[in-house]
Design a protein around this ligand. Sequence first.
Ligand code: NAD
Length: 287
Amino acid sequence: MQLLDGKATALSIRQKLAVEVESLKKVHGRAPHLAVVLVGDDPASQVYVRNKEKACAETGITSTAHRVGADITQEALEKLVTSLSEDDSIDGILVQAPLPKHLDLLAVQALVDPAKDVDGFHPVNVGKMCIGLPSLLPCTPAGVMEVLKHYGISCSGKKAVVIGRSNIVGKPMALLLARAEPMANATVTLCHSRTPDLAGECRTADILVAAIGRPRFVTKDMVKPGAVVIDVGINRTDSGLCGDVDFEQVKDVASAITPVPGGIGPMTIAMLLSNTVQAYTWRMNRT
Ligand code: NAD
């Protein structure tokens, strides 16, 4: 069994990006600049934002966090995001989810300039991804494709099963796996909470991606011997962080597996940095 080390893979990507940013700064006279909007005081979101700020600093990317109270109105939040979209000194904008219940995340995301949409959630970027045009890709599924590429695991001609159909992970994951690209080209099944015989579907997978949000949901009997298993889940339990896959059981049947922590989480941050540098480069080079 091969451990797919997302932490090490992410580190090598971040080191390459730091070198690239150093030389881009000389060409364009300033560093890429990411603006992060954090609403309220959700503890997990605060940790995510701090990690993103730290990762930016280590890569030479400027980051500015806009921390606003949980009682902000939709109108005020939309005004803030619009002002960041219009600010020429900002290359990337990220609105940390989840938002307090009275706020409409999709409406806020739609106000992010698609050229600065480093989360890849704007409908324009989702559409471009669907039809295979160059775009900023959603960080988590892009991170899965990168870790597979890093370990030389091609999905071409293979059967992939994705569990979970969220807009940020499951759906874009299925699209990226099915893309007409050398390491992709998988035949994909997208499973969700209404899928009959989920275990049977999973057992057909050469590549199994779990993005469910339920601790240790994928058990050994759901995995075909020799399958590559990607665990996107991050669940906080009394015994600490764990994924959607029962790692201890599944590692004995899988040919390769990502751990939690140290798997897709660090890859997601690396892809955010990569998207920020990409957005900056495209903006600097536009005519
Ligand atoms: P979500 O709640 O939006 O979606 C979960 C999906 O799982 C839904 O589409 C649902 O249909 C499916 N599902 C739920 N119960 C199911 C069941 N019993 N059988 C089959 N399908 C079922 O979650 P999300 O935002 O996609 O996140 C999924 C997980 O990935 C969470 O643990 C989240 O914390 C984690 N996550 C990790 C990263 C990362 O950087 N590694 C990024 C985003 C999300």
